[in-house]
Design a protein around this ligand. Structure first.
Ligand SMILES: [Zn+2]
Length: 427
């Protein structure tokens, strides 16, 4: 029964290859660039209209008052739910509809949905409109197969993932949209390759460190106190003390690439002294302020308190050891690491579906960066969540971003088969 049904399902999806391509192109044509949050409403309405025609109940939720929300750029999310023939679990596919700015270097129109060499090109093709389209085709194929489906299927198109998810999954999770008993299993079709199951991601701490100095005439720097030199002392401690310690710290999380299996710290930016000059000469001054933004990525074995504490300790040691050193530190953003159980229903079922469709064992991975799983885990309290979808993560946010059509078809089969098995509790 099972293999017969798989073949039926795969045949339906193969027959919809062109439809999958057209759907992806349609989604790419909405320039849902964030910031500012362009075209969210028409894109959400497009998804809603399509799924309403397949018997889904459609709800639009505006994340009123979240960052960036305005009447010009409303944060509109779409959630589609289709109840099955009998009681059972709910399988939810969540995709973000926002894309990052195009940037330079494109050789084709980023919002035209150009098809060439078996690929669909465009901003968001990989991250993650190709995955959204594949999940829609997967669910529609399941419905159209005529097989009885218990439980419920949900598809959401949410906003603002690229800016933290506060107007999207975070807002919905706070209001119960990603919690039991409404939802049991979540698959996020982020671009992590068709043969990999992503069970979680590292955490994040962004902070701004400022060193203070005293302004004076640049011809007599000994009368002032240079904030940039104080920041250099911070950087020196990072180089000689903190970075080696971070590099030596290893995680059991299966993060790819493997370089990200250690704690990492990026110096995001440094600004000291006067603002950059557009013309003319700068005034001769000793800088009284230098600011540095750090981007620290943490492992599941680390605590946020510990991560912040080791930076603060390092700065406090400089206060004691270095004449005139003073600093302030400001939190900008933080995310706790998250990791689902690799033997949980959604990971195990998706892995089995990959084996059936592709014929080899999937790789179980974690992402070096974050995505919306954190909100589903921490806010929605729903652990059974993974990311699985077509596309190559390295292409995300790049010029000439694309998704392979073969990969979209393959992942649609995996998603359809996994959803079917989860609905029937075949794990
Ligand atoms: Zn994404």
């Amino acid at each position: 029964m099972r293999s017969d049904f798989s073949d039926t399902l795969f045949k339906i999806i193969d027959g919809r290859r062109e439809e999958l391509v057209e759907l992806t192109r349609d989604l790419i044509r909405f320039p849902t660039v964030n910031p500012p949050g362009e075209a969210y409403q028409p894109c959400g309405e497009f998804i809603g209209r399509r799924l309403a025609a397949r018997g889904f109940d459609i709800e639009f939720v505006r994340a009123q008052g979240t960052p960036g929300d305005s009447d010009r750029y409303p944060r509109i999310n779409v959630i589609a739910r289709r109840a099955g023939a009998s009681a059972g679990p709910c399988v939810h596919f969540n995709s973000h509809i926002d894309v990052v700015q195009t940037g330079g270097g494109w050789t084709l129109d980023p919002f035209a949905g150009v098809v060439r060499d078996g690929k669909v090109f465009g901003r968001g093709a990989s991250d993650m409109k190709g995955g959204l389209a594949a999940s829609i085709i997967a669910v529609e194929a399941l419905i159209d197969s005529g097989v009885e489906l218990p439980g419920a299927l949900e598809i959401s198109g949410t906003v603002d993932e690229e800016s933290g998810g506060y107007g999207g999954v975070h807002y919905l999770a706070e209001r119960g949209w990603f919690s039991s008993p409404r939802v049991d299993h979540v698959i996020i079709p982020e671009p992590l390759n068709v043969d990999r199951v992503c069970i979680g991601h590292r955490g994040v701490w962004w902070a701004e460190i400022e060193t203070h100095g005293r302004i004076a005439h640049g011809s007599m720097p000994f009368l002032g106190d240079c904030a940039v030199r104080h920041m250099n002392a911070v950087l020196d401690r990072f180089e000689t003390d903190l970075l080696p310690r971070l590099a030596a710290r290893h995680t059991d999380m299966p993060v790819v690439p493997s370089g990200a299996r250690s704690s990492t710290l990026n110096i995001n930016s440094i600004h000291g002294g006067q603002a950059e000059q557009q013309g003319g000469y700068p005034a001769p001054c000793v800088p009284d302020s230098c600011r540095m933004v750090i981007d620290r990525r943490l492992l599941i074995e680390e605590s946020m308190e510990g991560v912040k504490g080791e930076v603060v300790d390092l700065l406090n040691r400089l206060v004691e050891e270095r004449a005139g050193f003073s600093y302030s530190i400001r939190d900008i953003f933080e995310v706790i690491p998250t990791m689902a159980d690799r033997d949980g229903p959604v990971a195990r079922t998706t892995a089995a579906a990959i084996r059936r469709v592709i014929g080899r064992d999937p790789e179980i991975i974690c992402s070096p960066g974050t995505y919306d799983q954190k909100h589903i885990d921490r806010v929605g309290k729903l652990k059974d969540c993974i990311a699985y979808g077509p596309g190559i993560l390295d292409l995300a946010h790049q010029p000439d971003e694309y998704v392979s059509i073969d990969d979209m078809v393959t992942s649609a089969k995996v998603m359809a088969l996994a959803a079917w098995a989860l609905l029937h509790r075949i794990a």
